[in-house]
Write a protein that binds this ligand. Structure first.
Ligand code: ZN
Length: 80
């Protein structure tokens, strides 16, 4: 009879996984600082810091009719 040593070594992590860099949510951190806005008048999309939302204006047409562009965000949450 031959014994088959099926030993799992958890200490030996998968060495060939260079995807660690890609998993860094650098983009998310960036998006938390900058909020995407969309102009309701000309549909111009831009991003600003959340702090400056008080005097928010469309840099393209100067309209104050600007709302947060949370379309992508909601889409992601909705789909998952
Ligand atoms: Zn505009």
């Amino acid at each position: 009879m031959e014994e088959q040593p099926i030993k799992q070594q958890p200490s030996q992590g998968p060495a060939e996984e260079p995807a660690e860099e890609r998993q860094k949510p650098e983009v998310q951190e960036n998006e938390s600082k900058y909020v995407k806005y969309i102009c309701a008048k000309c549909n111009y999309k831009f991003s600003r810091r959340r702090t400056s939302s008080a005097s928010l204006r469309c840099p393209y047409c100067g309209s104050k009719n600007v709302s947060e562009d949370t379309f992508n965000l909601n889409r992601l949450i909705d789909e998952s």
